[in-house]
Design a protein around this ligand. Structure first.
Ligand code: NAD
Ligand code: ZN
Length: 267
């Protein structure tokens, strides 16, 4: 209920809903913060237990994998273990509902994520992944996809194996790695094209749960702004994003359902 929020946040949500209720194209960019309320740690949270000694940024690089493939593979197996039983939260479901509503209203809502989890898909959204997929693997040397746990996941969640033994490619003998874009690697070109097109042509750009520190994704809001879009940010904490018109400073799981309810009421 809007009435339960602070008067300022309630007013800002209504302002945002007015902008979003018009049938103009929308681009939504999500980051790790949208999955935080599902229990998935964001990148810049403290790592727990065994992994407290490592910084995520030090493990998510091709150099780290070449130096110590077992360490990096083990870290991703640990992250998979953390994530495999997590479910979408009200923010993921609200976005999926909005995408459904917008189809009926002939409005385009393009959803781009930096997340490697599949919670948007689980909620029913169509989404473009800029940074790859946690549940897919490929050969580090020749790039051939390796039959992945996602297929097992769909059939039987209990059948996933999280052991940290390295796997080698049957074609070239290279090590199998997660199909994730690491620091220093290029983004998948088709996904990036989709993101740039959506940002450059939207009338409203919404940034949800991202620290706006990791480029090139963090530049999409600027691209949208340069092309005349209004920018909305949903994040309980301040970010370095300086092009924001409306800030909804609260958790996405609280704000998104209320925002979509308001848009529905106005459209
Ligand atoms: P980040 O960790 O840098 O920032 C997360 C942001 O979310 C912070 O600004 C924080 O204030 C905000 N936040 C925290 N809880 C929130 C909530 N409930 N609602 C709204 N916002 C909330 O993450 P990032 O900006 O996505 O960037 C870095 C990289 O981390 C990405 O490349 C991504 O691939 C990777 N990553 C992905 C996952 C995932 O798939 N779930 C998890 C961790 C990291
Ligand atoms: Zn190979």
């Amino acid at each position: 209920m809007l009435a339960e929020l602070s008067p300022k946040l309630s007013v800002e949500i209504q302002r945002a809903a007015k902008l979003l209720a018009s049938p103009a194209p929308i681009c939504v960019l999500t980051g790790a913060g949208i999955s935080a309320e599902s229990g998935i740690p964001t990148f810049r949270d403290k790592q727990t237990g065994l992994w407290q000694r490592y910084r995520a940024e030090d493990l998510a690089t091709p150099t780290a994998f070449v130096r110590d493939p077992k360490l990096v593979w083990s870290w991703y197996q640990w992250r998979r273990q953390l994530v495999h039983d997590k479910a979408p939260n009200p923010a993921h479901y609200a976005l999926a509902k909005w995408q459904q509503m917008s189809k009926a209203n002939h409005q385009s809502v393009t959803l781009i994520t930096q997340n490697v989890d599949d919670l948007h898909e689980q909620a029913g959204s169509t989404v473009t992944h800029l940074h790859g997929h946690l549940w897919r693997n490929r050969c580090h040397d020749c790039g051939t996809p390796f039959k992945n746990e996602a297929e097992v996941l769909v059939r039987d969640k209990n059948a996933i194996r999280f052991d940290d033994e390295l796997i080698t490619c049957q074609y070239c003998g290279g090590y199998i790695r997660p199909d994730i874009v690491w620091f220093g690697e290029s983004l998948p070109s088709q996904a990036w094209q989709t993101a740039e097109d959506a940002a450059a042509s939207c009338k409203v750009f919404i940034s949800i749960g991202t620290s706006s520190l990791v480029y090139p994704a963090a530049g999409l809001a600027q691209l949208a702004k340069q092309n005349g879009a209004k920018i909305i940010e949903i994040n309980p904490n301040p970010t370095p994003n300086t092009v924001v018109d409306i800030t909804l400073a609260a958790n996405a799981g609280i704000v998104m359902p209320l925002l979509i309810e308001q848009i529905d009421a106005l459209s």
